[in-house]
Design a protein around this ligand. Structure first.
Ligand SMILES: Nc1ncnc2c1ncn2[C@@H]1O[C@H](COP(=O)(O)OP(=O)(O)OP(=O)(O)O)[C@@H](O)[C@H]1O
Length: 273
């Protein structure tokens, strides 16, 4: 069980590039409890990925305070990461890729070196459970994008991290594969219960998976809405077609709607004709 909550108080984050200061995030407050599944949505450039950099210890807060498990954030083996493009090593098999974090995790590396068998067993079971049982000895380039991302998720969780940071992990996948992976991620999370922050552009994804959805404003990103999602688990794809579900999605879309690029459809039709 995870005991790692994340607490942000009045956090402002800035970049300095070529003498110019860019304020990416302003006065953000978040109180994320251990084992909570949080989704962050918001317009492009509002600072979602920048918040993940703060939490993973890669960037300091300009003002305000951030704590992870009661301590200042620092890069550590207790965080699992997955991004849009699975960063699997091409020359390693799927199984070898999945085992990679165990070779460097301060918590596991000694035990893994002494006796890798139980870890192998765990990796094989997890790969089997996400439908990669027959592919664990293949190389990443022999797998589809969806299969690679499933392997990537298993790798992010193999060392039982207390925190899992996901930056648009399903953004590059087709809609069917993405939906399949939502369920895989939910099952992996329900099993291991890490604290999860999922950055996504997809409101259905956020509502299906998260306990709490945070909506951010355009840059400098502030928290516009914090919405608790009270649907029972495990949630299913059928749930996404219910009225309750689409009401929540519409409610959240209303908060983001105003900030999106306005498409002048009639004008476009006229110009295109
Ligand atoms: N290394 C950097 N140097 C200077 N400015 C940066 C840097 N990285 C990001 N920014 C700026 O900070 C802002 C927030 O960027 P960030 O990547 O966190 O946004 P995001 O919400 O994750 O965007 P997207 O949804 O498009 O991935 C952007 O306006 C971006 O231009």
């Amino acid at each position: 069980m995870s005991h790692t909550g994340i607490d942000l108080k009045g956090v402002t984050l800035r970049y300095t590039a070529k003498g110019q200061v860019v304020e990416a995030v302003r006065d953000v407050n978040m109180d994320i409890t251990p084992g909570e599944f949080v989704a962050i949505v918001g317009p492009s450039g509002c600072g979602k990925s920048t918040l993940l950099k703060l939490i993973s210890g890669l960037m300091p807060a300009a003002t305000g305070t951030a704590t992870v498990g009661g301590q200042a954030p620092r890069p550590s083996g207790q965080v699992g990461l997955a991004f849009q493009n699975p960063s699997l090593l091409l020359w390693r098999t799927v199984l070898q890729n999945v085992l990679l974090p165990l070779e460097v995790s301060p918590k596991h590396k000694a035990a893994y070196r002494r006796d890798p068998a139980p870890y192998m067993e765990r990796a094989k079971r997890m790969l089997g459970a996400v439908g990669l049982g027959d592919f664990m000895h293949k190389h990443p380039w022999e797998l589809s994008g969806g299969m690679q991302q499933r392997a990537n998720l298993v790798r992010a969780l193999i060392h039982q991290p207390e925190i899992l940071l996901l930056d648009e992990p399903f953004g590059a996948l087709d809609a069917f594969t993405r939906e399949e992976l939502w369920l895989a991620l939910q099952a992996l999370w329900m099993g291991a219960k890490p604290t999860v922050i999922l950055v996504t552009h997809d409101l259905r994804e956020a509502v299906l998976l998260a306990d709490t959805v945070y909506v951010m404003t355009p840059r400098p990103g502030r928290i516009d809405v914090q919405r608790h999602i009270d649907l029972p688990r495990p949630r299913t794809l059928e749930d996404t077609f219910t009225e309750t579900f689409s009401d929540i999605v519409h409610e959240l879309r209303g908060h983001i709607g105003g900030s999106r690029t306005r498409i002048r459809a009639e004008e476009l039709m006229e110009v295109a004709s």
